[in-house]
Design a protein around this ligand. Sequence first.
Ligand SMILES: NC(=O)c1ccc[n+]([C@@H]2O[C@H](COP(=O)([O-])OP(=O)(O)OC[C@H]3O[C@@H](n4cnc5c(N)ncnc54)[C@H](OP(=O)(O)O)[C@@H]3O)[C@@H](O)[C@H]2O)c1
Length: 279
Amino acid sequence: MSQTNTSHTAFPSIAFIGGGNMASAIMGGLLRQGVPASKIIVVEPFEGARQALQNNLGIAALPVASEALRRAGLVVWAVKPQSFKEAAAPVADFTREALHLSVAAGITTDSVAGWTGTRRIVRAMPNTPALVGKGMTGLYARPEVDAQGKALIEAVIASTGELSWVEKEEQLDAVTALSGSGPAYVFLFLEAMTQAGVDMGLSAEQSYKLAVATFQGGAELAARSTESAEVLRQRVTSKGGTTYAAITHMQQQKLPEHFIEAMRKAEARAKELAAEFGK
Ligand SMILES: NC(=O)c1ccc[n+]([C@@H]2O[C@H](COP(=O)([O-])OP(=O)(O)OC[C@H]3O[C@@H](n4cnc5c(N)ncnc54)[C@H](OP(=O)(O)O)[C@@H]3O)[C@@H](O)[C@H]2O)c1
């Protein structure tokens, strides 16, 4: 990963099409970096979402596309894959000169190029920990995006956490299945671990606290360690001990295999989204 030299003072105006969860996470990161709200333009048709942007981030969103979009040097597409084509129609005429960044799952840059009339497109797959500056984003740039464009995207995304470029666009479907959808897997495990704690006599509050801290600690240990996850797991697992009992049951139930299979479903769904909504 190359380092960027783009400071927020060099940022152009940035337009967000769609002002929901993911757009808010990126806007929050930009504001935390000191980018002024006056440099952010948002098109968001849903009144409730516009109100939330005003209340939470102090940003006044537009209900429909307008001439104001011509100011944007970067356009961030943060609408659902299902809404992308419809959202692009009224925007495209104002934004042909801009660099484009799409976070929509599955939708290919060929589709985005067809709808926006430009090939200067970076496709990204962020995740919701971006809301707290702990995001992980996979990025793919079309060849038409120059080094300056990539540096700008890195500076924007770095405000939400870590990033990693992929060489082939289809690899973003794997990123989607792994880190894009991944926070939901973590939350599902948290739910199950909390429930188990309650079943064993702990309060829900204490059980949840133990589960969250265990994920945080485990992830931090893995991030700082030079050893593999397998070795770290073996360190916890005394032969014939308590962890051994749990892990043996999980392996007998083929939990790792089911987990891998589930992630392949997410990858397949990303490809289906492209086929269903990319035309
Ligand atoms: N959430 C995640 O974990 C995550 C992670 C990575 C990538 N993504 C991607 O990020 C994109 C947005 O997801 P999200 O979770 O942020 O969804 P979201 O909260 O529903 O935000 C999308 C917003 O776009 C608005 N919108 C709909 N049609 C529009 C139009 N024509 N013009 C402008 N805005 C329009 C929606 O308004 P209405 O509610 O009125 O439709 C909604 O407020 C998706 O493509 C998703 O694949 C999400």
